[in-house]
Design a protein around this ligand. Structure first.
Ligand code: GDP
Length: 369
C-alpha cells in the first residue's frame, strides 16, 4: 500500500509533494527505492550519500512538543536567525522552552551586509531584539553559512559555552539553518555514519545527531514555519527576487519632503517631513526602486503594480495583500527596516511612513552606519 510507505532512515511517511515537509521523496527516487527495496526520503538519502541535510518544516504543535523536550535536556541552544528578518525569525515562546539552558544567538547571512556597515552595531541590535522576545543570549555571533564566514569561530564559541553538553540548533525555516549545519558537518571530517537519526520521543519527528568529540552531539531540529515572513506573502520565484542574494550595494537618493520611493511593488517609503536630505536604500541590487511625488503615489501604485512596480507579477496580484502603512518620527539617524527585504537609512529630525504587505512588519532601529 503506497500510502503507508515509510523512510527506512527516519521513519517519516513518504510523500512526493512538498520538499520541505518530512518524508519528501521525488517520484523517480520513489520508484527506484521501491525497486531496490531501499526507500529513503530525500533528506536521509542526502545525509547518507553526501553527508548533507535538507531542511524540513513542521507544524506549530509538533514544534512546541519538540521544544518542550529541549527544556528537559541539559544543553546549549544555538538559535539561528536571519539578520534581514528578525521578526520573521522569532520562535514564539522560545524563552519559555529553553528553560535554564543557555542560548547562543547566531545571525546568519552576514555576507549580504555591505562592508561599510559596522558589525558590532548589528550585533547590539540583534541582542536588543532578542531581549524584547524574552531571551538573554550569552553571546551573539554573525556568520555567513553560504559563504563560510566565521564558521570556525562559531564552532569555537559553541565549544566554549557548551561545557560538555549537547547542542541543539533551532530556527524557523528559511533562516539558513540547514546550510549552516551542512557547513559544520563538512568541517567535522571523519563523520561517516551520520545517519544516527532517532526520534524525539512522543513525536514522529526525526532528529539528526552530529557526533562531537566527547560523546555529545549537535542536534539539528526541524524548522518551524513562520507566518509573518515575506516567504509566505510572495511566491517562491518572487522571493528569490526580493531577498538579497549578493552583498548589497547601497543606493543613495536626494529626497525632498513629500516624495515616495517604491520598492518594487512590495513596499513603499514616504518621506513626509524634514529637510532636503540624502537617504540610503539597502535592498537586493536587482530590485527596482522608483521615485514619485507623494501626492501622486497612490495612483502611481494602482496604475503600475505588477508591471513597472514588480514583484509581484501581474498574475499574482489577486493573492497579493494590500500594503499597510506605519508612520515613524525619527529623532536620531535611523534605519527604517522592511523585514525580509532590507532597510532605508534616514537622517534625524524627519517623519516617514513605511508600507509593507499585511502580515510583514516594518520597524525602526538606530542607524548601523
Ligand atoms: P532553513 O530552512 O533554515 O534550513 O534554510 P536553508 O538552509 O534551506 O536556506 C534558506 C535560503 O537562504 C536558501 O536560499 C539559502 O541559499 C539561503 N542562505 C542560507 N544561508 C545563507 C547565507 O549565509 N547567506 C545568504 N546570502 N543566503 C543564505
Amino acid at each position: 500500500n503506497r500510502d503507508d510507505l515509510r523512510c527506512i532512515g527516519c521513519g517519516a511517511k513518504i510523500q512526493t509533494t512538498d520538499p520541505k515537509e518530512p518524508g519528501y521523496t521525488p517520484q523517480s527516487a520513489l520508484e527506484k527505492g521501491l525497486k531496490n527495496n531501499e526507500l529513503y526520503c530525500q533528506r536521509c538519502f542526502r545525509l547518507r550519500h553526501y553527508n548533507e541535510i535538507a531542511p524540513v518544516s513542521l507544524s506549530d504543535d509538533d514544534f512546541l512538543r519538540l521544544l518542550s523536550q529541549i527544556r528537559n535536556d541539559d544543553a546549549l541552544i544555538v538559535y539561528v536567525v536571519d539578520i534581514f528578518d528578525f521578526n520573521g525569525s522569532i520562535i514564539p515562546g522560545l524563552h519559555r522552552f529553553v528553560g535554564s539552558n543557555p542560548v547562543l544567538l547566531v545571525g546568519n547571512k552576514e555576507d549580504l551586509l555591505p562592508r561599510s556597515l559596522r558589525r558590532s552595531k548589528l550585533r547590539d541590535w540583534l541582542r536588543q531584539q532578542a531581549n524584547l522576545a524574552g531571551l538573554r543570549p550569552i553571546d551573539t555571533v554573525l556568520v555567513s553559512a553560504k559563504k563560510n564566514h566565521q564558521i570556525d569561530y562559531l564552532l569555537e564559541v559553541i565549544d566554549k559555552y557548551r561545557q560538555g553538553r549537547d547542542v541543539y540548533f533551532v530556527g524557523v525555516t528559511n533562516v539558513g539553518k540547514s546550510t549552516l549545519v551542512n557547513q559544520i558537518i563538512k568541517r567535522q571530517t571523519g563523520i561517516k555514519e551520520l545517519i544516527t537519526t532517532s526520534k524525539f520521543p512522543g513525536t514522529t519527528l526525526d532528529k539528526i545527531e552530529i557526533p562531537l568529540d566527547d560523546g555529545h552531539q549537535l542536534i539539528d531540529t526541524p524548522g518551524i514555519i513562520h507566518q509573518h515572513q515575506m516567504a509566505h506573502v510572495l511566491s517562491a520565484k518572487d522571493l528569490k527576487y526580493v531577498s538579497p542574494q549578493k552583498e548589497i550595494k547601497p543606493r543613495t537618493y536626494q529626497l525632498d519632503p513629500e516624495q515616495t520611493i517604491f520598492i518594487g511593488g512590495v513596499a513603499r517609503f514616504d518621506y513626509l517631513t524634514g529637510h532636503h536630505a540624502g537617504i540610503i536604500a539597502y535592498f537586493d541590487n536587482n530590485l527596482p526602486l522608483h521615485r514619485t511625488k507623494l501626492g501622486n503615489a497612490d495612483r502611481f501604485y494602482e496604475k503600475h503594480l505588477g508591471e513597472l512596480l514588480t514583484p509581484p507579477t501581474k498574475d499574482e496580484l489577486k493573492e497579493f495583500p494590500p500594503l499597510e502603512r506605519q508612520e515613524f518620527h525619527l529623532s536620531e539617524k535611523s534605519d527604517v527596516v522592511f523585514e525580509g527585504l532590507g532597510w532605508i537609512t534616514v537622517p534625524a529630525g524627519t517623519t516617514v511612513a513605511a508600507w509593507v504587505p499585511k502580515g510583514v512588519s516594518s520597524l525602526v532601529r538606530r542607524a548601523m552606519i
